[in-house]
Write a new protein. Structure first.
Length: 104
């Protein structure tokens, strides 16, 4: 009976460790917590761009990976590019901004 209890204890310990390692992040893959954080950052950046009346928010795509925001899409002028990057940088949690936007 004691051996059976030890076996199940060891099994659940290994299972717990494997689960924890499976949720860990690497250079190319986010952990669960980072994914949630990045989703929140993306939503905040999109909302901030939407609240800027001079920008066409439908044409600006926002993606976030480990706190790095990537902006892509097409805008009307270089001033719009500068404004969108500035807005993205002002959002809490943003580590840096990659600008892949193009002028129409």
């Amino acid at each position: 009976m004691k051996q059976l209890i030890r076996f199940f204890s060891a099994f659940f310990m290994v299972l717990t460790l494997l689960t924890a390692v499976g949720c860990a992040s690497s250079k190319t893959q986010e952990g669960t917590g980072e994914y949630v954080d990045d989703s929140v950052i993306t939503s905040k950046v999109k909302a901030a761009i939407l609240n800027e009346p001079t920008l066409s928010s439908a044409e600006i795509n926002v993606e976030t990976f480990k706190g790095v925001v990537q902006l892509s899409g097409f805008v009307n002028s270089n001033a719009d590019i500068t404004k969108a990057v500035s807005i993205a940088r002002s959002v809490g949690g943003v580590k840096s901004v990659k600008n892949d936007m193009r002028r129409k």
